[in-house]
Design a protein around this ligand. Structure first.
Ligand code: SF4
Length: 351
């Protein structure tokens, strides 16, 4: 199968052009066609010679995503269900914030991590996405926003999949969208979220990137975390927090801990106190997420007043705590929910 054009950084395009006997400024031109003009065919690249366009078409695929559906929420959230070349479906979401448009991308078809509150893991992991397939999601979101003359402001790698189980493609994706000749999305406007793949956190600390790191914590102790997130058997909470401390110390950056509040499971005052004690004094932000209802799971939402109480308890430990704004609650808001709707019962069985 031919690679996608969106796999390459500007400097890699320069090398490719050199190998083809072309001037290096052709790399600037192709970056402009792909990320500035956002064309959908090589034929549109009118300032490249016919022969170069043909060689590009012979070597690369241009458009990896076919739109299956687009859902629009009354709050402005837009959710795309895309079909990949092999028939698998993935989701991409545009969220409207007061500071700008944020795009949530998918890095894997399905997920093998098995968090018990998540629709994305239904059916297990089918395959990793290539970096180009992830970049294409941001380009598609930008094409959609072009109609309103708006821009992608930030990118969160929090869609379907565990990005650190597709590590190389995820890091390549960050470098491509950050490229000044391409979409030029600032590193500080990119956030990657992991369920806690400990070796990858150490590795990520060495990448020299100024990208935000978020950890899906969801429990204040190992026992409960094992029940909610089986990944904790592989990487216990203690080891995860050690890796986080290393990351903070090594990069000078703080970490965001995400905590999905699940009715009756992890949302009581005692959980808030335990979490407060666990993170007290760490350089971190806690983001409380009212869990979305997933029909296939039997989880309920925490009442609003209880969420505020949980926040106040954490604040009493001098922690910085936010409550995530809900996006698209009138469409299939939970990650993986729209894709799950398009899966047959057979596909939903974990392979
Ligand atoms: S929450 Fe993330 S890591 Fe956990 S199962 Fe869902 S997609 Fe995978």
């Amino acid at each position: 199968m031919k690679p996608f054009v969106y796999e390459k950084t500007h400097s890699e395009w320069k090398e490719w052009m050199k190998k083809e006997g072309e001037s290096s400024f052709r790399a600037d031109q192709i970056m402009d066609w792909l990320y500035g003009k956002r064309v959908l065919s090589f034929d549109e690249m009118s300032n490249l010679s016919k022969s170069l366009r043909q060689r590009l078409a012979d070597a690369f695929q241009l458009d990896p995503l076919k739109v299956i559906t687009v859902q629009q929420s009354s709050d402005g959230t837009v959710k795309f269900l895309f079909q990949l070349y092999d028939g698998h479906a993935i989701e991409t979401v545009i969220m409207r914030n007061n500071y700008g448009n944020s795009v949530c991308v998918t890095t894997q078809v399905g997920c093998r991590v098995g968090c018990t509150f998540c629709a994305s893991t239904l059916g297990g992991l089918k395959r990793n996405l290539s970096a180009g397939e992830v970049v294409a999601q941001v380009v598609a979101a930008q094409r959609y926003l072009d109609q309103m003359e708006e821009r992608v402001h930030s990118v969160v790698i929090m869609g379907i999949g565990e990005p650190f189980e597709n590590y190389d493609a995820t890091v390549r994706f960050m470098r491509v969208i950050n490229d000044p000749k391409g979409l030029h999305i600032g590193q500080r406007h990119i956030t990657v979220s992991t369920s806690g793949i400990v070796p990858s956190i150490y590795r990520f600390a060495e990448e020299g990137l100024q990208v935000g790191l978020a950890i899906s914590l969801h429990a204040p102790n190992q026992e409960l975390r094992k029940r909610l997130m089986p990944v904790s058997y592989r990487y216990p909470l203690e080891e995860l927090l050690e890796a986080c401390a290393y990351y903070i110390q090594h990069t000078g950056r703080r970490i965001t801990y995400e905590y999905a509040l699940i009715g009756g499971k992890n949302d009581r005052s005692e959980h808030a106190h335990a979490l407060g004690k666990l993170l007290e004094g760490s350089r971190s932000l806690i983001n409380l997420i009212p869990v979305n209802h997933v029909p296939e799971r039997n989880y309920t939402r925490t009442p609003r007043n209880q969420i505020f109480r949980f926040q106040r308890i954490l604040q009493s430990y001098h922690l910085h705590v936010t409550i995530r704004r809900e996006h698209g609650s009138d469409i299939d808001a939970a990650c993986g929910q729209l894709r799950a709707k398009h899966m047959t019962p057979e596909e939903k069985k974990t392979s």
